[in-house]
Ligand binder design. Structure first.
Ligand SMILES: [Zn+2]
Ligand SMILES: [Zn+2]
Length: 300
């Protein structure tokens, strides 16, 4: 098979691209998400984990910015890695994101959960067993807190099309329509609630495409995955999804249809959101989930 642009050997057969034109296609999809006037002169924080998605995102964004492919300037761009204290995993990944930071020239910030909160995911998992949902709360909380306290307007996260698909199906099956409707490619900043905005630059790109982009561009990324995620729900469900949604086009069409339907569903106001009495960040209960996790970890 040949590249449909230049006729060279295709490395991405699904859409028919050589390595050069695949990279252009990938970066164009990322640039299309970011090329919106409300990002003009804003400060952006890239959430990096060492995995293929966030690494591909960081590399693509750095390339787009250095080649001035947006119609305006960004005020500041940096990245953040959260070291969760997972044995044989967190330090290894931290080293990978350091290499990526050197390669792209984007400053890397790190938060070490053990240093800051005297807590590791390994300790927490021994106490509580199931860990994935707590880990997600911790990451989300710390990303927002860091962004908010350091003047970043938006956090960029490496959620891809497969993640969106999983999220949409999962929420439909569980009748969580409010959750489904609230999720978006771009969520604006809410200064009053102390919430930085959230952006998903890989919204139109699949997992497979992130992987290929990393390989083609020799981007350092971890293939080992989280040891706790081996049998989590998301991984099992995603492998079932890939049978029914066996092409990027089907995934994209499904998400686009969902987005059209969302417009007909009124967005419920979250009027029960209040500042956490411990930390001041928004929560729907008196003490936020993050502060409860930290308290629970101290108890034992
Ligand atoms: Zn080509
Ligand atoms: Zn709190």
């Amino acid at each position: 098979m040949r590249c449909r642009v230049c006729g060279k050997k295709a490395v991405y057969k699904e859409l028919g691209f050589c390595s050069e034109h695949f990279s252009s296609y990938f970066e164009k999809n990322v640039a299309d998400v970011l090329n919106k006037p409300f990002f003009k002169e804003k400060s952006l924080l890239l959430a990096v984990s060492g995995g293929k998605d966030s690494s591909a995102m960081m590399f693509a964004v750095s390339k787009i910015l250095s080649e001035k492919r947006l119609d305006f300037n960004i005020k500041r761009i940096e990245s953040l890695y959260i070291n969760l204290g997972i044995k044989d995993n967190s330090s290894y990944n931290e080293n990978l994101v350091k290499q990526l930071s050197e390669k792209t020239g984007i400053k890397l910030n790190t938060i070490n959960l053990e240093e800051f909160y005297n807590l590791t995911i390994d300790d927490l998992s021994q106490k509580t067993g199931k860990i994935c949902s707590s880990c997600a709360v911790i990451k989300r909380y710390l990303l927002n807190k860091f962004a908010y306290e350091n003047g970043f307007d938006f956090v960029l996260i490496g959620h891809n099309l497969d993640d969106e698909l999983f999220f949409a199906i999962h929420n439909l099956v569980n009748r969580n329509i409010d959750f489904l409707v609230r999720s978006a490619k771009i969520l604006p900043k809410d200064e009053e609630k102390r919430l930085a905005g959230r952006v998903k630059p890989l919204y139109y790109l699949t997992e497979k495409e992130s992987m290929l982009y990393c390989i083609i561009n020799k981007i350092p990324f971890s293939t080992q995955g989280c040891p706790y995620a081996v049998k989590n729900l998301q991984m099992t469900e995603k492998s079932k999804q890939s049978v029914l949604f066996d092409s990027r086009n089907k995934k994209l069409s499904f998400i686009k249809s969902i987005n059209k339907l969302k417009k007909f569903y009124p967005l419920k106001k979250e009027d029960n959101v209040e500042p956490c009495i411990r930390c001041g960040f928004p929560t729907t209960s008196k003490i936020c989930k993050f502060c409860r996790i930290i308290e629970k970890a101290k108890e034992n």
